[in-house]
Write a protein of this length. Structure first.
Lengths: 228, 186
């Protein structure tokens, strides 16, 4: 009997050191035998990698002009020009980068055009005789240049492949850039329409000038918005 | 005879019950995602900004005897960083080739505890598929059954073969600062 009790005491002592409790395990813990540091770090990481989701190839939301070409059922997907694969998206993102750099260059060229046009327009407003004819000619040429550069800059933005990360809720400076773009696009259209009507109705000149200045103001603000 | 059988039966029962006694052990603890963040701070000539990830996958091996973490592993999706500008976040993912290398990871090789809750973790940071040894200094704070680890460390993009993103022809600065706050329930 004494021998049995002694054996019991030894058994309990060993049990506290070796046995594992598999009946009361907290949800956020697992009991693991000790391992060498390198192995357990790799095992930990492997467990985490399983829990991270695969990267989505397209954002959840994109502007309709992008969706037409680059959406899951876009023109370029259905024509198999740009299949929706990881490798394809890596290439598309490079194309996107090139198009957005071109958008920035076009944007600054257009800004230079606006400034030039503002100077020419102010000169034209009070010009008379041959000076008026010459200034008007340059004003119209500059308008053509601006329309081409503005249109190209706009097209680059609207048709570039979509980003990896979609737009998020809440106000952001990039949204401000886009909202101001709506204002200066409306201004560009209005300025051009009024320019065509001035020939028959010179009383529209102040409105054409106001539309042009508003367009320039919104345009400059949209560029400044990217500073923040 | 009967008493001998009963006594033996009791002893066997006690031995079986004692075999299930819960010992002190090392255990794996996952970080509380809702409370944990990792933030990067970057600079460009036009502006500085920060991007925060609330999707921090982190696990430690915690030693209940020494009350210290012994091993740590972290994995964060590159696309989970939010700087309040999805164009910038997308550009960052493109620069880091986030489709090819979706996660930035850290695994520790050694963790030493110092005074006043200081921890020094040596390990490997893998970013853009390039692994570099780093030493992280963290501060541990215990509040009830919650352990919070905070700290920061610098990372250079070019060390991990990352092409520095640019805006309007100007490149972002090479050095970034990574700040972490990771919470565990002990």
């Amino acid at each position: 009997m004494k021998f049995i009790c002694f054996a019991l005491l030894v058994w309990v002592g060993l049990g506290t050191l070796q046995a594992q409790d598999t009946t009361a395990v907290r949800r956020d813990t697992t009991i693991t035998p000790s391992q060498t540091p390198d192995n357990s770090a790799s095992d930990l990481l492997a467990g985490l990698a399983d829990s991270t989701e695969k990267q989505e190839l397209l954002p959840h939301k994109m502007i309709f002009t992008q969706r037409i070409f680059w959406g899951p059922k876009g023109l370029l997907r259905t024509m198999n020009v740009a299949p929706l694969t990881s490798e394809g998206r890596i290439h598309e993102l490079k194309v996107r980068r090139t198009m957005l750099v071109a958008h920035q260059i076009g944007g600054f060229l257009t800004l230079a055009g606006f400034v030039t046009q503002g100077i020419l327009g102010a000169k034209l407003y009070n010009a008379k005789g041959q000076d008026y004819v010459d200034t008007k000619k340059w004003h119209e040429r500059t308008a053509t240049f601006i329309n081409i550069s503005y249109g190209t800059t706009l097209a680059l933005s609207l048709t570039a492949p979509p980003p990896i990360v979609g737009p998020k809720r809440g106000f952001t400076t990039i949204k401000l850039h886009r909202y101001l773009a709506i204002v200066h696009l409306a201004g560009m259209i209005t300025t051009n329409i009024l320019a065509g009507m001035i020939e028959d109705n010179s009383s529209l000149k102040p409105y054409h000038r106001a539309a042009a200045y508003t367009t320039f103001g919104a345009y400059a603000a949209s560029i400044l918005a990217l500073k923040f | 005879m009967k008493n001998y059988s009963i006594a033996n039966g009791c002893l066997v029962a006690i031995m079986v019950l004692c075999a299930f006694t819960a010992p002190l052990a090392k255990r794996k603890i996952m970080a509380d995602k809702a409370a944990s963040t990792v933030t990067y701070a970057a600079k460009h000539p036009l502006h500085s900004w920060e991007g925060v990830s609330h999707d921090v996958n982190c696990a430690i091996i915690y030693n209940d005897d020494t009350k210290q973490p012994e091993t740590v592993a972290v994995s964060i999706k590159v696309a989970s960083f939010d700087s309040d500008n999805n164009n910038r976040d997308s550009h960052a993912v493109e620069a880091m080739e986030g489709i090819k290398y979706p996660n930035v990871t850290f695994t520790s090789s050694d963790i030493k505890a110092g005074d006043n809750g200081a921890l020094t973790a040596k390990g490997t940071l893998t970013f853009h598929g390039v692994s570099k040894p780093v030493t992280l200094n963290a501060t541990r704070k215990d509040n009830g059954n919650k352990m919070t680890l905070t700290g920061e460390f610098p990372v250079n993009m070019t060390d991990h073969n990352i092409e520095r993103p640019s805006l309007m022809g100007l490149k972002t600065e090479d050095a970034m600062m990574l700040r972490f706050t990771i919470v565990f329930s002990l």
